[in-house]
Design a protein around this ligand. Structure first.
Ligand code: HEC
Ligand code: HEC
Ligand code: HEC
Ligand code: HEC
Ligand code: HEC
Ligand code: HEC
Length: 499
């Protein structure tokens, strides 16, 4: 074959892509950076041992947002380039094109590449920092300070103050994970728009299954036998008489490792307790079923008013949260908070009736904002003690107690967040253990027997507490005899009893 060169070689004009232009190049850098961040965040999210819903905002909203913006810019560049080329076909169709052979443009290109690399590094670093920040307790508790303030202050006082919010609030199964993600995003948006509920509604419906969260740290094999607990009170009398009751709680029978009995029997692997509550707060339990998983037999208890069957989908299997519904955020009652201060000595017991006065000062109906509380509390207490020298310190202490107990703006306190662990100020265990739920054969869930859950080993004040009874004593009610048909919570409501 001869090589004929009669004709000059034709420059093969491959039509240049419309994407070859400066605007698209910048868009591309942005998109690549975002894609990289997205990949990194997703990877960290799936491999990290903590799962955090708020990270979802960055991973699934912010990073893709930048990706979409970058792509949009790139496409816009191509479109603009094409329009330009058509309009200016005769004069200067390539105005926006990248041209490596042009030295001036080459410098800009280098600049763009360096900028691109820096951007990539920054977004990597930024994603990493964001990741760690979003899973910190500080982020949950303080960034959402105003919204979460009650939960954060109650949390700091609880037994779980060193456990991160995400340990309990975010799941590890894929489903729980995605749910938490969507929910976390939704919550942050609600917070930003200031349209979250006050109080934040409970029970929290999308909480992780308790068995997965709680049992990571508290496994059933480890549950104790008896737990020795003392409740310190002060009576509403002139002397603010101290009164304590010390009891052994039958958390489990036998030694750790033996089959669950006693109080933790409800979460034993051999049986299950299901229930149906007629109200959203799960306080009015009307139906329950106990299933023996070994032989499959079941017992159904109903209260007198409830005749039918519970609606499908609303039957709940009892787990840790049905009793420990306030493991991290105990909103103490005004009564308990004041008694606690008296027991610690931070609130003086030298002022006559200070127990009652302090509680009354805290629950005044016309306190509607946290800012208004100190003055109202001061006025109320001053009116009772005129110029008693102990009064100013007591006022300061009650103001302090108020600030961490009642959150008027959020409408958050014990009155909306019942604690189900006992039965004094809320129905708690007596929601079911009330002798009123019966099987068809008339069997009840024991309640009248005060020793099935605990044994009182001493009660009273001072020297009386030195006398211990191994066989248990009958409860001496400081408020005197009362009608046995009443439940404790019919009178005790966390404020002032009896009137
Ligand atoms: C030991 C586990 C645990 C930890 C740690 C924890 N929570 Fe909770 N939290 C719960 C449970 C359980 C509930 C649900 C209570 C209910 O449904 O009645 C809850 C409820 C809430 C609620 C709903 C309102 C309320 O008081 O019931 C908010 C808001 C909340 N938690 C925020 C936080 C924040 C912020 C942190 C970290 C500062 C945190 N939680 C740490 C277990 C935990
Ligand atoms: C990351 C580990 C962790 C998780 C998850 C966890 N806890 Fe705890 N829990 C602790 C620690 C630590 C203590 C404190 C132990 C102590 O005081 O000796 C504690 C204490 C407790 C106590 C007794 C003391 C108190 O003041 O409350 C109860 C009850 C309890 N946890 C229940 C729960 C429940 C219910 C859950 C699930 C919602 C849960 N925990 C989840 C670590 C955890
Ligand atoms: C029927 C109600 C009920 C259920 C269900 C329940 N608990 Fe308890 N638990 C109690 C009571 C009551 C105590 C005694 C402490 C008290 O009175 O505060 C207790 C005590 C504890 C303690 C404290 C022991 C200690 O050494 O301080 C832990 C931890 C605990 N429970 C974890 C759990 C976990 C985890 C689950 C779920 C697997 C669970 N509980 C289910 C009622 C319950
Ligand atoms: C949702 C209803 C419900 C709630 C709430 C509830 N229980 Fe029970 N409990 C039952 C049922 C049902 C039984 C089994 C009764 C039977 O089989 O005779 C039971 C049995 C018990 C037993 C006997 C266990 C054994 O060894 O046989 C104890 C102790 C107990 N509960 C303590 C408590 C305590 C403490 C609380 C509150 C912290 C509580 N329960 C809350 C339904 C409930
Ligand atoms: C179903 C189980 C159960 C039964 C039945 C029961 N209790 Fe309790 N009781 C509890 C639990 C759980 C607590 C602990 C609450 C806590 O940890 O805050 C408690 C706490 C108490 C306290 C201390 C409360 C405080 O704040 O000082 C007294 C007093 C008490 N019970 C008396 C009684 C009497 C009297 C009866 C019989 C009418 C009775 N209990 C029956 C589970 C039970
Ligand atoms: C008929 C209403 C009524 C019933 C029902 C009732 N109490 Fe009381 N209780 C009172 C009164 C009134 C006082 C005295 C008020 C005071 O001195 O603060 C009191 C005082 C107390 C105190 C000491 C002070 C305090 O407020 O903490 C305890 C603890 C107590 N009761 C526990 C119980 C328990 C547990 C039950 C259920 C087994 C119960 N009470 C049932 C009315 C009642």
């Amino acid at each position: 074959m001869t090589e004929s060169h009669d004709q000059p070689p034709v420059a093969v004009l491959t039509p240049r892509s419309n994407f070859n232009n400066w605007i698209s190049a910048i868009g591309a850098v942005l998109a690549v950076g975002a894609l990289f961040s997205f990949a990194l965040l997703t990877w960290m999210d799936f491999t990290g041992d903590h799962k955090n819903p708020y990270l979802g905002i960055f991973t699934y909203i912010v990073a893709p947002g930048f990706l979409i913006a970058g792509l949009a810019i790139a496409f816009f560049g191509a479109w603009a380039q094409r329009r330009w080329a058509i309009k200016h076909a005769a004069t200067m169709p390539d105005k926006w094109r990248l041209d490596v052979s042009n030295p001036a443009q080459r410098r800009y290109l280098i600049l763009l590449s360096v900028g691109g690399v820096v951007f990539l590094l920054l977004s990597t670093f930024g994603s990493y920092q964001t990741y760690h920040y979003a899973e910190s307790t500080q982020f949950c508790g303080e960034v959402c300070h105003q919204a979460m303030n009650p939960e954060f202050s109650t949390y700091q006082r609880g037994g779980h103050a060193r456990v991160d919010c995400v340990e309990c609030h975010v799941g590890s199964g894929v489903e729980a994970f995605i749910k938490a993600k969507i929910n976390g995003t939704h919550q942050l948006i609600a917070y930003t728009l200031d349209n979250y509920n006050r109080p934040i509604g409970t029970p929290v419906k999308n909480l992780r299954p308790a068995r997965e969260t709680c049992e990571k740290c508290h496994w059933p094999e480890k549950f104790l036998g008896n737990l020795d607990v003392t409740f310190d009170h002060s009576l509403s009398d002139k002397k603010n008489t101290p009164y304590s009751v010390r009891m052994l709680m039958r958390v489990n029978t036998g030694r750790p490792g033996s089959p669950l009995g006693g109080i933790h029997w409800h979460v034993s692997p051999d049986s299950s307790v299901e229930y149906y509550a007629a109200d959203a707060q799960r306080q009015d339990i009307v139906w329950m079923r106990v299933t023996n998983k070994k032989d499959g037999s079941a017992k159904i208890f109903r209260n007198e008013e409830f005749k039918g069957e519970p609606p499908a989908g609303l039957v709940r299997v009892m787990d840790c949260i049905d009793c420990h519904n306030r493991p991290a955020h105990v909103f103490p009652t005004a009564n308990d908070a004041v008694e606690h201060a008296l027991a610690l000595g931070t609130l003086t017991n030298k002022l006559p009736n200070i127990k009652r006065t302090a509680v009354q000062a805290m629950v005044q109906k016309d306190i509607t904002t946290a800012a208004a509380a100190p003055a109202k509390i001061a006025d109320f207490i001053k009116a009772k003690y005129a110029d008693n020298p102990e009064a100013p310190a007591a006022i300061a202490e009650v103001q302090k107690i108020y600030a961490v107990t009642i959150f008027p703006e959020r409408k958050a306190d014990w009155r909306v967040y019942p604690n189900n662990i006992g039965h004094k100020d809320w129905p708690g265990c007596f929601r079911c253990h009330d002798d009123k739920h019966k099987t068809a054969a008339g069997e009840t869930v024991r309640a009248s027997d005060c020793t099935s859950c605990h044994t009182i080993i001493s009660q009273g004040k001072g020297a009386e507490l030195g006398v211990l009874s191994a066989s248990g004593m009958e409860f001496k009610h400081p408020g005197g005899e009362y009608d046995q048909d009443l439940q404790c919570a019919d009178c005790h409501n966390g404020g002032i009893q009896g009137k």
